[in-house]
Write a protein that binds this ligand. Structure first.
Ligand code: SF4
Length: 119
């Protein structure tokens, strides 16, 4: 089965074609080695960083920007975002504070992207 991807590792946005040849994964269209690794990962287990917001109380802000500590499998994204939708944190928060441990059993934490003072 052939799959087509656009490499997002750099702004060149190379068009990749990826397929199995026996046990091997073949990546075509990449201009560099990073694109080959990206194509192989997209083909076998695509992952992305998760950036979203959670509710915050006791601050001038209504939402706190958060980011995953590592990439999360794409097929778990929806579940993770739903989980974070239920979360409310209380100010003060320091940038880098862990907001959610091991989100959806991915082994990845969700951390605060910025510091927020208490009102
Ligand atoms: S294959 Fe290499 S040059 Fe092309 S977009 Fe990916 S990282 Fe950039």
């Amino acid at each position: 089965m052939k799959k087509e991807f656009t490499c997002i590792v750099c702004p060149m946005s190379c068009h990749l074609t990826v397929y199995n040849d026996g046990d091997k994964i073949v990546v075509e269209g990449n201009t560099c080695k990073r694109g080959k690794v990206f194509g192989e990962n997209e083909f076998t287990n695509p992952k992305r960083m998760l950036t979203t917001t959670v509710r915050i109380e006791g601050s001038h802000l209504k939402r706190l920007a958060v980011i995953s500590s590592d990439e999360i499998p794409k097929n778990k994204m929806f579940e993770c975002v739903n989980e974070l939708y239920k979360v409310t944190v209380k100010a003060p928060i320091s940038r880098g504070n862990i907001i959610f441990h091991n989100i959806c059993s991915t082994g990845v934490d969700i951390i605060a992207s910025r510091s927020v003072k208490k009102l």
